[in-house]
Write a protein that binds this ligand. Structure first.
Ligand code: NAP
Ligand code: G4F
Length: 331
């Protein structure tokens, strides 16, 4: 019989990649989606008829218990969260409800319905914040710098606690930034590649950005979902840093993305002080030695390949939009 997996946050970037990965492995894949007045299934449109979607919400304990009772998955991947750092200053309480307490709601449902379900929590390198050492590993202390980072630290520790208190097979993946053509356009990488495509094709001229000196360890989302799955296939549950070990500035991302299409980034990028954060995470770089040695996990996509992949995808999409406009204008 096919193994059954349940993914919260299946409509997000990682949800789409993980759903594809698990389907390819022969899983029966169920997804939790929250109710909206218009459906938001673009990222999983190509998989839609192979997935079973269920309405539930991280804010609603009973809906999660009912969902898990109905699906009875062997593996549960908790990817749902309010995941955009700037929004966490505007909506700190809602961010805590989704991103922190939401984890406890899912773990409580597992404890009540079936404590043998294997659980993955999407934790974040934002927990390291003003990091005490570089590179960061599983033992580096947390110093989160945003309400989002604080909420993720809670989610991490409650995962550890349910493992230690109840023996639940609960793993926390401490994931550094990972990107793809499916990344939300508000995150800096996709904001840049979308703008590069639009500028190249004459749809836009300027791109406003904040702190160009911030340094991140950027990997490819397709590689990261493989690490999530590997964690749940081990003999015992544990926590793992998932990262490439390479660090680049936002400025370097810009230079590479613009130069790839023959543009000079300095002619188009403007600094907008409103995009600077109340407290910044200046530099992150992960040490994924444990994931490499225990899980056998390795990233397969380099920073340069990632930038080119994202620019190419945005060029193709903007070109298709233009062609669509021309054909509907001509009809
Ligand atoms: P994303 O694209 O923002 O997706 C977030 C998902 O959560 C969406 O499917 C969203 O649904 C869902 N969601 C939000 N609030 C919900 C609620 N109240 N009830 C049910 N579903 C809700 O995020 P991502 O980049 O795929 O990241 C996946 C997870 O990994 C997140 O937990 C994120 O914090 C964490 N993480 C990401 C990174 C990264 O670099 N991508 C790094 C470290 C950790 P809607 O479509 O309805 O909005
Ligand atoms: O792309 P970002 O918004 O990602 P951030 O804040 O690192 O968070 C992402 O990665 C975390 C893992 O470390 C996840 F947990 C989280 O859910 C999310 O996926 O910003 C990256 C950097 C920041 O230092 C920011 O100040 O880019 C800088 N930046 C400069 N200009 C900008 C901009 N960020 C955004 N979003 N927009 C700008 O215009």
């Amino acid at each position: 019989m096919a193994r059954r997996a349940l993914i919260t946050g299946i409509t997000g970037q990682d949800g789409a990649y993980l759903a594809q990965f698990l389907l390819d492995k022969g899983y029966e894949v169920h997804g939790m989606v929250r109710r909206a007045s218009t459906e938001n299934f673009e990222r999983i449109a190509n998989l839609r008829d192979r997935l079973v979607l269920h309405q539930a919400d991280l804010l609603d304990q009973l809906s999660i218990i009912t969902l898990i009772s109905e699906v009875r998955p062997q593996e549960l991947y908790n990817l749902a969260a309010q995941s955009f750092v700037p929004t966490s200053w505007l909506q700190p309480l809602l961010t805590s409800e989704f991103t922190a307490l939401g984890v406890t709601r899912v773990l409580e449902a597992i404890r009540l319905v079936d404590p043998t379900i294997r659980f993955f929590q999407a934790s974040s390198s934002e927990m390291f914040g003003e990091a005490r050492e570089e590179p960061q590993n599983e033992r580096t202390p947390f110093w989160p710098r945003s309400p989002y980072g604080v909420a993720k630290a809670y989610g991490h520790w409650i995962t550890v606690n349910y493992r230690e208190s109840y023996g639940i097979f609960a793993c926390s993946g401490i994931m550094f930034n990972h990107e793809s053509p499916l990344r939300g356009k508000e995150f800096v990488t996709r904001k840049i590649t979308d703008a590069v495509a639009r500028i190249k094709l004459g749809r836009q001229d300027k791109l406003k950005l904040g702190n160009l000196d911030a340094r991140r360890d950027w990997g490819y989302a397709g590689d990261f979902v493989r690490a999530m799955w590997l964690m749940l296939q081990q003999d015992k549950p544990d926590d793992y840093v998932v990262a490439t070990g390479r660090q680049h500035t936002v400025r370097e991302f810009c230079e590479l993305a613009f130069s790839y299409v023959g543009l000079d980034w300095q002619e188009h990028v403007e600094i907008d002080p409103a995009l600077f954060r109340p407290a910044e995470v200046n530099r992150l770089r992960g040490d994924a030695t444990k994931a490499r040695t225990v899980l056998g996990w390795e990233p397969t996509v380099t920073f340069e390949q990632l930038v080119r992949m994202m620019v190419d995808a945005d060029l193709e999409r903007v070109q298709a939009e233009l062609a669509q406009e021309v054909s509907s204008g001509g009809s």
